[in-house]
Ligand binder design. Structure first.
Ligand SMILES: [Zn+2]
Length: 697
């Protein structure tokens, strides 16, 4: 490569409507690993992240929280930034869409699109999904949004439109000509199918709320939140600035080499964004790479499931490197992957504490003991064995394979490959038994010992260099222990066998990965449980469930979630009666209509039912409530056979806080009457046919 060649990588900017969780951490640390590797290879790397802060959702959430959108955005953006700083993310810039530099750039882009004739004014009447900030093809007031299932609002407004319809052919041609523009292949196919089905002009302004960037020349309108947000990739590197240095910066870094995104925002990045850029006659990003979702124990993380994991918990207990290694090693990049504390600890202990940790500590300890802490000289002539050459060849293969796999975003395979060298080298030490060789007399034995330890040490150095982007903290420590100084100054493009300086003095040798015992899993689970009820998402109360970003250039999945519910009685101790008891009222046992309206009851249909193991009274149900299928744990087993419930309509309290029962997440409850001595439950039901999802009031 050219030394000093630029490399510009971006994360999505995260929507401040939800607080950061491990999904945001995942996207960001993947980019961080790529950026660190590029820097080590000598690229002039620019790594951008930030927050997306405009839109109706934010305006409404702020009002609901009794604050201003500015303060609201400041607070959540600050949380993202401090999480990334804690994670030691090596971003070069953190853009906020509320910054003046961004506003300037967005308005400049608008003017260009307008000057080139791609913007016109029209009137729109139809359904709008506030959650997705999107006009949708739904009919009738309150019709569910096809994207997220939430009720839509009917709006009629005069808007500016972008002539997206003119770009379908140009986009398709571009995708054909640039097969690596959208990755992975499955996403590329998805985008091409969408564009082939035809593109309609896109409404790119709003006039029904204020929280956004004013349209140049018509400040009653604000710029559509996606046009606003996507532009960050340009404005952050100086687009639209009057400052010549900033203009030069834009010339230097644009177009971006990689936009890393979550798969749920692919259309915005692969269709709208390139069309805007084409219209403005600006270069397109070189690649848009979509990763999958991070699930928790195979379920989508969502607020209502109460299973959102925060990166801080893992970092507090096992450190940054453990989280990074786990997510990059365990998840096949591009596909959905599962996070669990058990798997995390297992992976940490086997790959880091055992494999790499042991290789490092025993090799370096022996060099200290037998060679006074100096890298020994391996005689090229005497005391050689075939096994030494096997390790060297293995290392050379690993360098070549790791580089290729990592640069193809196959992080898991790349690490797996590197760890084969760790494994081979540990076995080499066991086979060669340097501790026994050391007890034997004679120069040749001394030479043999030197060769073994040099070989192990050199393999360790190579793995350490390769793994640095993934394990920045631990590899920096090992590098120091090897006496090699600052690892970030190493030129990775020059990595080869035999660079270890002979006679070099080791640094202070200390264990890098202390073993984690079983209590670690419990500790992390407890930390999550303690913090989650007190850390409500800033989501609007009407939104049933959600993930991280959504609206905008956000990161992680919105899940069409499957929260769980429980009947009140089942959750309570020693009672078989599932009948809900009314919450005590404020005065003389009465509640106001407002109090009642807080309870969201819906008609659901049981799709699946089974007994909960070890609990006589409990059934686990999957209930369709129209917008989603929920898992409910209900104390109705003494009255109902599970098979007989399937297909039955039930009433669900849909907005109960989640709770756990017999290890199952639960949220809400099924409504039933109870009577008799043992509180036999009877499900509430309807005489007439009622559509699934209907609200009770
Ligand atoms: Zn929606």
């Amino acid at each position: 490569m050219d030394k000093g060649q630029k490399f510009y990588i971006t994360t999505p900017i995260y929507y401040v409507n939800a607080r950061p969780h491990i999904g945001h951490a995942y996207t960001t640390l993947v980019c961080d690993a790529i950026a660190r590797r590029k820097r080590l290879l000598g690229y002039d790397t620019f790594f951008l992240t930030g927050t997306d802060e405009h839109g109706q959702k934010i305006e409404r959430s702020a009002t609901a929280a009794g604050t201003t959108p500015e303060k609201f955005a400041d607070e959540v953006s600050g949380e993202f930034r401090s999480l990334f700083e804690r994670m030691n993310i090596s971003f070069n810039d953190f853009i906020r869409t509320t910054e003046p530099r961004h506003k300037e750039g967005v308005q400049e882009l608008w003017k260009r699109l307008e000057a080139k004739g791609f913007i016109y004014k029209g009137t729109y009447t139809g359904q709008y999904c506030v959650f997705d900030e999107l006009y949708v093809d739904a009919v009738g007031p309150g019709a569910p949004c096809p994207e997220c299932g939430r009720p839509t609002e009917t709006v009629s407004e005069e808007n500016y439109y972008f002539k997206l319809s003119e770009f379908a052919d140009k986009l398709l041609q571009y995708y054909q000509k640039n097969p690596s523009f959208i990755r992975p292949e499955s996403r590329r196919n998805e985008v091409m199918a969408f564009v082939k089905s035809g593109l309609r002009d896109l409404s790119i302004s709003r006039s029904t709320f204020k929280w956004g960037i004013p349209v140049p020349g018509d400040p009653k309108h604000i710029v559509y939140v996606w046009l606003d947000a996507l532009s960050n990739y340009c404005t952050a590197v100086g687009f639209g600035s009057k400052n010549p240095d900033e203009q030069k910066r834009f010339e230097r870094y644009w177009p971006a080499d990689v936009h890393m995104i979550g798969k749920e925002i692919i259309r915005f990045h692969c269709v709208y964004w390139p069309a805007f850029l084409m219209a403005a006659e600006m270069p397109l990003p070189k690649a848009i790479v979509a990763h999958g979702w991070l699930l928790f124990e195979d379920n989508k993380m969502s607020k209502s499931r109460g299973n959102i994991v925060r990166a801080e918990t893992v970092i507090d207990v096992l450190g940054n490197d453990a989280l990074r290694y786990f997510l990059l090693r365990e998840i096949v990049f591009g596909q959905d992957g599962s996070f669990s504390f058990d798997a995390l600890v297992q992976r940490y202990n086997s790959d880091l504490a055992n494999d790499l940790g042991n290789l490092s500590s025993r090799t370096l300890t022996m060099i200290n003991r037998y060679f006074n802490g100096s890298i020994p000289y391996p005689s090229p002539l005497v005391a050689k064995k075939e096994s030494d050459g096997v390790i060297r060849d293995h290392a050379l293969n690993v360098i070549a394979e790791f580089n290729q796999l990592f640069d193809e975003y196959q992080f898991s395979k790349a690490l797996e490959t590197a760890w084969t060298l760790v494994g081979a080298c540990n076995k080499y030490l066991v086979d060669e038994e340097p501790w026994l060789v050391a007890e034997q007399e004679g120069e040749e034995k001394k030479s043999r010992l030197a060769t073994i330890l040099y070989t192990a040490c050199e393999a360790l150095r190579i793995v350490t260099a390769l793994a640095h982007p993934v394990l920045p903290d631990a590899t920096a420590k090992i590098w120091h222990q090897l006496g090699l100084g600052d690892i970030t100054r190493f030129d990775l493009s020059d990595l080869k066998w035999g660079q270890l300086p002979l006679g070099g003095k080791l640094g202070k040798v200390e264990p890098v990965f202390p073993r984690a015992d079983k209590s670690v899993v419990e500790r992390m689970q407890q930390m999550e449980q303690e913090r989650s009820p007190k850390a409500p998402d800033v989501q609007q109360s009407s939104a049933p469930a959600t993930q991280a970003g959504n609206g905008t250039v956000a990161g992680q999945p919105v899940a069409q979630v499957v929260p769980q519910a429980v009947t009140q009685a089942a959750a309570g101790p020693a009672s078989g009666a599932p009948a809900p008891k009314a919450t005590p009222a404020a005065t003389d046992g009465k509640i106001t209509i407002d109090d009642f309206m807080k309870v969201e009851m819906r008609v659901g249909e049981v799709k699946f039912a089974e007994k909960v193991k070890g609990a006589d009274k409990l059934l686990r149900l999957e209930v369709d409530i129209g917008t989603e299928v929920r898992q409910v744990v209900a104390g109705i087993a003494i009255s109902y056979e599970p098979e007989k419930l399937i297909g039955r309509k039930v009433v669900i309290v849909a907005n109960l806080a989640p709770r756990k029962l017999r290890g199952l997440e639960s949220n809400g409850m099924i409504v039933a009457a109870s009577f008799g001595e043992d509180g036999k439950p009877v499900l509430a039901s309807f005489l007439e046919d009622v559509p699934v999802g209907s609200k009770l009031k």
